[in-house]
Ligand binder design. Structure first.
Ligand SMILES: Nc1ncnc2c1ncn2[C@@H]1O[C@H](COP(=O)(O)OP(=O)(O)O)[C@@H](O)[C@H]1O
Ligand SMILES: [Mg+2]
Length: 470
C-alpha cells in the first residue's frame, strides 16, 4: 500500500458501500412514488365502504313495516357502518334517513361519483393534514340501482386508518429497501469487489516479487469484463515474467561470454607467440600459410579484447586528467596506422594549447577508432588517397571536435546500424565494435558522439565533450 493512501472507515470505503446507501435511497424513493396514489386509493376505498355499509344499514330499515326502528337500534346500525348519519335519495328527494339525535355540523362535502385521480390524491393529503372535520360524502348505491346515498363521516376515523396504513407502508418500505440494498451489496461484493480485490492484490504482489509464480492471478473462466481483466492481467504477468527471466539469462550469458573471452584472449596470445616463430621456418608451404594464420590470430585477439571492453566487463569509469588534445590526436592517428607512403595526408587543426579534462586513455581510444575507420575507408584497397583532418574548438564548457575524411562515406549497412555493437560493421573482418565502443566512452564522459555528415565526398564525426579549460 502506498504511503499517501488514507484509510477511511470500512463502511464509507469502496464501491459496494456507496451502492448500498444509494440502493436503499432509490428503493425508498420508489416506495414514495407508489405511496402517493395508494393512499388516495385507500381513502377512496374507505369512503366507498362507508357507503356500502350505510346501504346495508338502510336495508334493516326497509325490513320494518313503517320504516321505523327504535333509537338504540338506529345508533347501533350507524356505529356498525362507522358513519354518523345516512340519507337515501331517489330523484333528489330524501326518502329515508338514519341520523343521530343532534345531526353534526358538516365541514366539507365530497362526491365520490366520477372523482378524478389528481383530485382524490389532493383530497387524501388534505385529510391527512386536517383529520378533525365532519364530511358529507355522496355515492351511488353499491348495487347500481337507481338513487344515491349520502353519509356523514367523522374524518377522525378515516384519518386514524390512513395514519395506520401509512405507518405500515413506511415499515414495509424500510424492510424492502434494506433487503434490496443488502442483496445488491452482497452480489456486488461477490461479483465485483472480491474479484477486483484479487486483481489488485495480485498486482501489488507481482510488483513486489515478479519472480514469485504464486503471486500471479489464477485465470478465470468468467465471460464478463472482470474475467477479461483477469485474463489480460494473467497474460501480462506471464509475458513480463518471461521477459524478466530472459533478461536474467542474457545477463548471465553475457558474463559467461566475457569470462570465456578473457581466457580465450590469453590462449590466443600464446598461439600468437608460437605462430610468430613459424615465420622463421624455411618450408615453402609453411611460409605460404604462416602470414594468413598470423592475421587470423591477430583478428581473433582483437575481437576478444574489443568484446571484452564493450561488455564493460573491464571498462573502468573515466579517470579525468588534463589532456593536451593536439598531441593526443597526433598519437592516436599514428597508432591507427597512417600509411607511410603519403597516400593519405593528415591535417591536425587542433589549436596548440587546447586541453580538456578527460580520461586520456579512453579519449585516445575514441580518436584512434575514428582514425582507423577513416584510414580503412580511404585505404589502398579502396584505391584510396585522401585527407584525414581533425579540428577542435571550445563552446562554453564543452570542447567540440570534428573528425573528417574524404573517403566514400558510410555504406548503407553501417548507417542502418550506426553505433550498434556487432551489427554495424560493413567491412570484411570488421567487428562492428569500433564506433559502438567510441560512443560508449564519449557518453561515459557525459558527452555525445554523432555522425555530422556522410556522403560520397567524405565523412565527418562530431564529438562533444564537457571539460573545456575554464
Ligand atoms: N570514416 C568512415 N568512412 C566510411 N565508412 C566508415 C567510416 N567509419 C566507419 N565506417 C563504416 O562503419 C562500419 C562500422 O565501423 P566500426 O564500428 O568501427 O566497426 P568495424 O571497423 O569493426 O567494421 C565500418 O565497417 C565501415 O563500413
Ligand atoms: Mg572500426
Amino acid at each position: 500500500m502506498r504511503d499517501g493512501e488514507k484509510k477511511s472507515p470500512l463502511w464509507s470505503r469502496g464501491l459496494s458501500a456507496r451502492l448500498l446507501v444509494l440502493t436503499a435511497a432509490f428503493v425508498m424513493l420508489s416506495e414514495v412514488l407508489i405511496y402517493v396514489p395508494s393512499i388516495a386509493r385507500f381513502r377512496l376505498t374507505f369512503l366507498e365502504n362507508r357507503i356500502a355499509d350505510a346501504h346495508l344499514a338502510s336495508l334493516a330499515l326497509k325490513a320494518t313495516p313503517d320504516n321505523m326502528i327504535s333509537k338504540p337500534l338506529e345508533l347501533e346500525l350507524l356505529a356498525n357502518a362507522m358513519v354518523r348519519g345516512i340519507v337515501l335519495k331517489r330523484r333528489e328527494a330524501r326518502i329515508m334517513m338514519l341520523m343521530e339525535d343532534m345531526p353534526p355540523k358538516v365541514d366539507a362535502v365530497y362526491d365520490l361519483r366520477g372523482a378524478m385521480a389528481p383530485q382524490l390524491i389532493y383530497d387524501a393529503f388534505v385529510t391527512l393534514a386536517q383529520g378533525r372535520r365532519m364530511l358529507r360524502v355522496h355515492g351511488n348505491f353499491p348495487d347500481h340501482s337507481e338513487g344515491s346515498l349520502e353519509v356523514i363521516v367523522d374524518e377522525a376515523q378515516l384519518h386514524a386508518a390512513m395514519i395506520d396504513y401509512s405507518t405500515n407502508i413506511v415499515k414495509l418500505s424500510l424492510v424492502i429497501s434494506l433487503l434490496t440494498a443488502g442483496l445488491v451489496f452482497l452480489s456486488l461484493q461477490l461479483l465485483l469487489v472480491a474479484p477486483m480485490r484479487r486483481i489488485t492484490a495480485s498486482m501489488v504482489a507481482f510488483r513486489k516479487a515478479p519472480e514469485n509464480a504464486t503471486a500471479m492471478i489464477t485465470e478465470s473462466k468468467r465471460g464478463d469484463e472482470i474475467g477479461t481483466a483477469q485474463r489480460e492481467l494473467r497474460h501480462m504477468q506471464d509475458d513480463l515474467r518471461a521477459a524478466l527471466a530472459q533478461r536474467a539469462h542474457l545477463a548471465a550469458l553475457g558474463e559467461a561470454v566475457s569470462k570465456i573471452n578473457h581466457d580465450l584472449r590469453n590462449i590466443l596470445a600464446t598461439a600468437q607467440l608460437v605462430s610468430d616463430r613459424l615465420g622463421d621456418v624455411q618450408d615453402p608451404t609453411v611460409r605460404q600459410v604462416a602470414p594468413r594464420l598470423m592475421r587470423s590470430i591477430d583478428r581473433a585477439i582483437k575481437l576478444c579484447s574489443q568484446s571484452l571492453s564493450f561488455g564493460r566487463a573491464d571498462e573502468a569509469a573515466p579517470n579525468p586528467e588534463t589532456v593536451a588534445l593536439r598531441e593526443l590526436a597526433e598519437d592516436a592517428v599514428a597508432y591507427a596506422g597512417l600509411p607511410g607512403d603519403g597516400a593519405i595526408t593528415w591535417r591536425n587543426d587542433v589549436p596548440p594549447g587546447l586541453s580538456l579534462h578527460a580520461d586520456r586513455e579512453q579519449i585516445f581510444r575514441v580518436l584512434m577508432n575514428l582514425a582507423r575507420n577513416a584510414i580503412q575507408a580511404m585505404g589502398p584497397d579502396r584505391n584510396g588517397g585522401g585527407e584525414l583532418a581533425i579540428k577542435a574548438e571550445t563552446a562554453g564548457s564543452n570542447v567540440i571536435i570534428e573528425f573528417s575524411d574524404n573517403g566514400p562515406g558510410l555504406p548503407d549497412k553501417a548507417l542502418a546500424h550506426l553505433f550498434e555493437a556487432f551489427t554495424g560493421s560493413a567491412r570484411a573482418g570488421g567487428t562492428g565494435l569500433g564506433l559502438a565502443i567510441a560512443k560508449e566512452l564519449v557518453v561515459a564522459h557525459g558527452g555525445e558522439l554523432s555522425l555530422l555528415k556522410s556522403d560520397g565526398a567524405g565523412t565527418v564525426f562530431r564529438i562533444e565533450l564537457p571539460g573545456a579549460p575554464q
